[in-house]
Design a protein around this ligand. Structure first.
Ligand SMILES: [Zn+2]
Length: 167
């Protein structure tokens, strides 16, 4: 092999602050990164796939859900992850975009709330020891899902403060 780029990466092993399941849509990438930083999540195991939470809530095929659960399992095993942030976003093409909801953002948010809760419940069922936080990413920011407190373990759960609540 021939070195074509020099950059010094930290070689030390790490404990992940969180595993983050999120869509690969480029439009939300910066918001997600800034949100993680604000949440104090510096070392994240990023699981970036089309649809994000949809891969657990409404998988497209037989292997998608198992594959993503295995990724979370690996993050827990290899990096002692205790916190999983699961996200979906507005106008996600895997849901047919906002157009699928005829431009109705409230209807879209309501649908995603159900998806996020289902994804979160699947995670806590498979990994009872972890704390799961579902989030809906919109073009004006990131929204926490009301009524998802049961997904947070008592040891890890940390209220997100005075954030706006949806649905
Ligand atoms: Zn998407």
């Amino acid at each position: 092999m021939r070195k074509i780029f020099h950059f010094d990466s930290p070689p030390a092993p790490y404990v992940a602050d969180a595993a983050v399941l999120c869509c690969f849509d480029h439009r939300i990438g910066t918001a997600v990164r800034k949100f993680l930083k604000k949440q104090g999540v510096e070392r994240a195991d990023m699981i970036i796939v089309a649809g994000g939470a949809k891969t657990l809530a409404s998988p497209r095929n037989d292997f998608e859900q198992d594959f993503i659960l295995e990724q979370v399992r690996m993050s827990i095993r290899l990096h002692q992850t205790k916190r999983v942030m699961v996200m979906s976003h507005s106008d996600c093409a895997t849901y047919g975009g906002l157009a699928y909801f005829k431009g109705d953002q409230a209807a879209e948010a309501s649908h995603h709330r159900g998806e996020l809760l289902r994804a979160g419940e699947l995670l806590t069922t498979n990994f009872p020891e972890i704390s799961v936080e579902p989030y809906f990413v919109k073009f004006d920011g990131i929204w926490e899902v009301k009524g998802a407190g049961h997904l947070r373990s008592a040891a890890q759960g940390k209220p997100a403060g005075n954030a706006d609540k949806i649905a």
